[in-house]
Design a protein around this ligand. Sequence first.
Ligand SMILES: Cc1cc2nc3c(=O)[nH]c(=O)nc-3n(C[C@H](O)[C@H](O)[C@H](O)COP(=O)(O)O)c2cc1C
Ligand SMILES: CCCCCCC(=O)C(=O)O
Length: 367
Amino acid sequence: MATEPVNVSEFQELARLALPKMYYDYYSGGAEDQQTLRENVEAFRRITFWPRILIDVNRVDLSTSILGYNISAPIIVAPTGSHQLAHPQGEVATAKAAATCNTIMVLSFTSSCTIEEVATSCNAVRFYQLYIYKRRDIAATLVQRAEKNGFKAIILTADTPRLGRREADKKNKMIAPQLKNLEGLFSTKATSDGGSILEAYVNETMDPSLSWKDIEWLRSVTKLPILIKGVLTRADAVKAVQVGVDGIIVSNHGARQLDYSPATISVLEEVTVVHAVEGRVPVLMDGGIRRGTDVFKALALGAQAVLVGRPVIYGLAANKGEYGVRRVLEMLKDEFELTMALSGCSSVKDITRRHVRTEHERLLSMM
Ligand SMILES: Cc1cc2nc3c(=O)[nH]c(=O)nc-3n(C[C@H](O)[C@H](O)[C@H](O)COP(=O)(O)O)c2cc1C
Ligand SMILES: CCCCCCC(=O)C(=O)O
């Protein structure tokens, strides 16, 4: 592609050209038949707008706040692993872009750069994403390091008792992550029987017995707010509120875990995660956000903000580092701003359920 990308999706092809096949497949792939991977994007396309006219949109304010932190737009960097496979500056470049765009970065447990490197690189508001290994002391140590280094919340990813079946990774014999954070604490060596080494590593280390009662344990090792990532059902949303989490992330892990789980935008309201929660804690969502219109749709259906995974990596990988990530975030913000103006919303608070029509409503209207 000779010209500069004009939308977020165009970064994907640049990333494909820039990356070794093993890494590109790891970043872009989903589980098994990749049905949920396609659906995460397609489900947004089935939602249409009910725009309002003759409303003063001379000034459009995208800003919002999450857990009390003001951000320039409800678009946050999702936790994704191994950024140094995409660019030598890894998560430091990503964090700097998040800081420039005045948004939150969620640093992955599987980051290539350390908690300390990211913390000292810039002043982005940072949350820390946690996986819990069989060796619980690892989680406790990392949470405490994140807290000491100014991270503002813990995101517990709860959808990965084992790794999803990612067939490209099996064929490519995907390597295990280089987890610099674990140096001196825990080995990242693993052997596989000829398939994905990453998968073998995860299945050896992750604690599949993790359960709701462990939230209490996590509370006992940190004062930071705890958000649960991976909620897809009303029952789990209710449970999460009952056990006292400080926020919920509706996510299917970018379709990398259980194939044929629903597209996240389709359950955000439909499974009434939002209704179940009834405003008691913030509800965020991720999966398939590729346009500013997607951000608007997610907010109209009750999310307070969205997280963006692959597009950030593609921006990073297109040999552009911090600049590429910044461009991705800026493009999404620009498109979101235009969507607000064309829908008659001058602030995020003005976005309501009445601004969108779901597939379900369209079908009902035909009966
Ligand atoms: C390459 C890659 C690595 C990921 N690593 C993590 C991770 O370490 N922890 C986590 O909670 N989620 C991880 N995720 C899931 C993302 O946080 C997020 O849920 C997903 O990417 C959102 O979908 P999107 O890529 O369509 O935006 C990863 C996703 C990708 C694509
Ligand atoms: C402890 C290693 C976890 C690797 C999985 C990273 C991830 O969430 C993903 O690839 O998806």
